[in-house]
Design a protein around this ligand. Structure first.
Ligand code: C5P
Length: 247
């Protein structure tokens, strides 16, 4: 969906970071009566359950974000985009660090493959910097001395120039990105933690659902606070209500 007027249920992307097809479909079945509309199949589930699961989820009328963070030479990425679009993915991502040419080829291919399928152009976004990174690790481990926020803005601008629909970023970066790149450029934000969630994990740049929306996030990706909850339906409904209210 290209418009910034996106229904709240489409804005809440549930990360199905569970083990295998049956567990994933079980979680979907529990959440569907509460308005589940958009799911994310990440690397571990995709490598375990494959394209067949993506097709099954699409057949249930869900939007499916296939989160493989593609990062390779332009030709290989373009071929992979073709395979994923034809397999039923309607939301995909590539790493912005793959560069302008790689992103351009991916965007062209996404449009071409969608046209060939006779479907609306799929949504293609770029991963900027993982939300598990901190400025200190960027500098010490990756020798990137540009401040994290500047680096994210630069990569997001590059993604926009390449024709991508938006980026994955921390909600803490959504507001400056909205100012610089406009509200229609999608800001898909993981690292979402409701205030009731008290676990400490590998996400560092975290914010609550309401704050993420106020900061300009167009989509929220939520995993552990939903699938790891004692009552996933309750956790899902609370987050969806928070998004609807903050909208
Ligand atoms: O469990 P949690 O809510 O942290 O899940 C966040 C999801 O978003 C995970 O599936 C993770 O792979 C994904 N993601 C992320 N940071 C990015 C891109 C994707 O956490 N920059």
């Amino acid at each position: 969906m290209k418009s910034h007027i996106i229904p709240p249920a489409q804005r809440l992307i549930v990360a199905l970071d569970v083990r295998g097809r049956n567990e994933a479909l079980g979680l979907v079945e529990r959440l569907r009566p509460y308005g589940l509309a958009h799911v994310k199949v990440g690397m571990s589930l995709f490598y375990e359950a494959g394209m067949g699961l993506v097709e099954e989820l699409r057949e249930q009328g869900l939007s499916v974000f296939v989160d493989l963070k593609l990062h390779d030479i332009p030709e290989t990425v373009a071929r992979t985009v073709d395979v994923l679009v034809k397999g039923g993915a309607n939301f995909l991502n590539v790493h912005t660090l793959g560069g302008l040419e790689m992103m351009k080829r991916a965007a062209e291919q996404a449009k071409y493959s969608s046209d060939a399928m006779g479907i609306e152009p799929i949504t293609l976004i770029g991963v900027t910097m993982l939300t598990s990174h901190r400025s200190e690790t960027l500098k010490a481990e990756l020798h990137i001395s540009t401040p994290l926020s500047e680096q994210v803005l630069h990569l997001a601008q590059l993604a926009k120039n390449a024709g991508l629909d938006g980026v994955v970023c921390s909600a803490q970066e959504a507001h400056p990105l909205k100012e610089a790149l406009g509200s229609e450029f999608l800001k898909v934000t993981p690292g979402i933690r409701p205030s009731s969630y008290t676990e400490h994990d590998d996400q560092h740049r975290i914010v609550t659902p309401a704050l993420a929306i106020q900061q300009g996030a167009t989509h929220l990706v939520v995993g552990r606070p939903i699938y790891g909850a004692k009552h996933p339906e309750e956790a899902f409904s609370q987050i969806l209500a928070e998004i609807t209210q903050a909208d």
